[in-house]
Design a protein around this ligand. Structure first.
Ligand SMILES: Cc1cc2nc3c(=O)[nH]c(=O)nc-3n(C[C@H](O)[C@H](O)[C@H](O)COP(=O)(O)OP(=O)(O)OC[C@H]3O[C@@H](n4cnc5c(N)ncnc54)[C@H](O)[C@@H]3O)c2cc1C
Length: 510
């Protein structure tokens, strides 16, 4: 019997990296939300060990990247070995971002810092609160069970399902996962060894069907991952793997932590039903090869987060929210498809080692890292992006995120770069005048309301044609979304296009 009903604009189910990101985006935009988790305490266990550049960019906007960068260290290469022989490596040190390509850091540490930052907004994770049901159409309240057995209904206008791979809501709403399980059992363990016979920032991968890889972690442990069907993992098991592969004798002293996994490559048929939006492992799962799962979850949450904030003020919330599935599902499916193909190639004993890995040429390294670290993600078929880009060869096409870059703006409190503007939580509308003297429309620098949507900063003019951002975007009038994605690129002075963009969102233009 349900005893209480409480209301909240947004309920977030699950406090892994996905749920915490959604809570931070909403809190920063001034939207009240609740975040519940069935665990009575953080698990402290860590699955992911790599946070990528795009996730770091988003977490920087949310004010949490500095502490993550301080807690981890950048990985600079992936070497590939056939037996004990290094046959090549990918350079992780080059990427079109001010953030490292891949930061070595444990998922548990990420969650700790995010939870702590969330408390700065007065939000605490409600622990020992398990989501147990909801109407199958995704409408009405979510029923939860407290640790003491008490049932309650939480009536939320919108729900973010970030419950992870075994999501209860996904099951109740009968949303199918499309994709195949990976045969066999797999283990990820953090072990202590007496030495590390590789570069300090290298993640070596072995091109054999056990899919063995190793990665140094902050604090000195080594993460190893490999095929392992038994339920137990002993020091001897790991030592046998290390003896067969490491180029120099290395002793495994202890196993600090081990998790046994069944893996699957899959994506849901839809990211939304009724008032519920699925994100992270609730929406898709993949093997750890390439370090994508958590990062895709963080990026899903950043996408739905700002849209929920806008939807609360929009006259067209349905259009805004429909763009979540249109944007994120193809991106998630592409990434997971790529992981599935890599994994199948690695794990297939019939495949020759030479064909298990294709090296990126030095010239291709940046492009390769931009893709695998989600920097060049582009939303190609979104109902809310204005694709009528006027530029002939844009460095940043619409639908892609704008890199952080310095600008000078016609405001008293001149912020130093784009990300500091985005950190406010709203859109950024920019005018970059044509230096050949085509007059820009007069700029209303004081426009903008007290809320974060539409933009807190009003329209800004990049006065200096040499400012980094002016060079990247070229002259024009731009709307950059709260997640940093370029949503509209019009000729200089064409504010009607910006007005149209905000009208699609159901908002008034600044
Ligand atoms: C061995 C391994 C290594 C990996 N390495 C990487 C990597 O390097 N990089 C990377 O990007 N990804 C990696 N991943 C994937 C990554 O761990 C996941 O994608 C990530 O944890 C998903 O985060 P999430 O927040 O969506 O879900 P979770 O972290 O699973 O969080 C879900 C939360 O919801 C709570 N919950 C569940 N059910 C309920 C309920 N009914 N009611 C209330 N709360 C509930 C849970 O208690 C949990 O706290 C790895 C995975 C594995 C297995």
């Amino acid at each position: 019997m349900t005893s209480t009903v409480t209301q909240t604009p947004v309920l977030i189910c699950g406090s892994g990296p996905t749920g915490l990101t959604a809570a931070l985006v909403l809190s920063r935009a001034g939207v009240s939300c609740r975040i519940v988790d069935r665990r009575t305490a953080a698990s402290g266990l860590s699955r992911a060990t790599g946070l990528n550049a795009r996730s770091l960019e988003l977490l920087d906007q949310l004010g949490v990247a500095d502490r993550l960068l301080a807690a981890g260290f950048p990985l600079t290469k992936n070497s590939y070995l056939d037996g004990r022989e290094v046959i090549g490596c990918d350079d992780l040190g080059v990427i079109d971002s001010d953030m490292p390509s891949l930061l070595a850091i444990s998922e548990a540490t990420i969650e700790d810092h995010m939870t702590s930052h969330l408390s700065d907004f007065g939000i605490r994770v409600e622990r020992g609160v398990e989501v147990i049901g909801m109407d199958p159409h995704g409408e009405g309240p979510v029923t939860v069970r407290h640790a003491d057995g008490r049932l309650a209904d939480i009536d939320a206008r919108w729900v973010v399902d970030a419950e992870g791979a075994h999501s209860t809501l996904r099951e109740r709403l009968d949303i199918h996962l499309i994709g195949e399980p990976v045969p066999g059992g797999w283990v990820a363990a953090d072990v202590i060894t007496d030495s590390w016979p590789f570069d300090a920032a290298d993640t070596p991968n072995w091109l054999d069907a056990d899919v063995f890889w190793a990665q140094p972690l902050p604090g000195g442990a080594i993460r190893v991952f490999f095929r392992h069907d038994a339920d137990e993992l002993t020091v001897r098991d790991v030592q046998a793997q290390v003896d067969a592969r490491f180029p120099e004798p290395t002793t495994v002293l202890s196993v600090a932590q081990a998790g046994h996994f069944r893996l699957r490559h899959c994506v849901v048929e839809s990211l939304a039903r009724g008032s519920v939006f699925l994100a992270g492992d609730a929406a898709h799962q993949c093997s750890p090869v390439g370090g994508r799962g958590m990062n895709l979850g963080i990026q899903d949450a950043a996408n739905i987060g700002w849209k929920l904030a806008v939807a609360g003020e929009s006259t067209r919330p349905g259009v805004v929210l429909a763009s979540y599935d249109a944007e994120r599902r193809p991106v998630d499916a592409d990434a997971i498809g790529a992981v599935a193909r890599s994994f199948a190639r690695l794990a297939d004993p019939e495949v020759d080692p030479d064909h298990r890995w294709s090296p990126a040429s030095p010239a291709d390294s940046v492009r390769h890292n931009d893709t695998s670290r989600d920097i060049s993600t582009r939303y190609l078929d979104s109902p809310i992006i204005d694709y009528r880009d006027h530029r002939t060869d844009p460095a940043v096409p619409v639908g892609m995120r704008v890199p952080n870059a310095a600008l000078s703006v016609a405001r008293d409190d001149d912020p130093s770069d784009l990300r500091s503007l985005l950190a406010v939580g709203g859109h950024v509308v920019l005018e970059i005048p044509d230096p050949r003297g085509v007059p820009a429309v007069a700029v209303d620098a004081a426009a903008g309301g007290s809320t974060a949507h539409p933009p807190a900063g009003g329209r800004l003019t990049v006065q200096d044609p040499d400012a980094e951002l002016a060079r990247i975007l070229t002259p024009g009038t731009y709307a950059i979304r709260p997640d940093g994605v370029l949503a509209c690129a019009a000729p200089p002075g064409a504010y009607d296009r910006i007005t149209d963009y905000f009208a699609v969102l159901g908002l008034e233009s600044p």
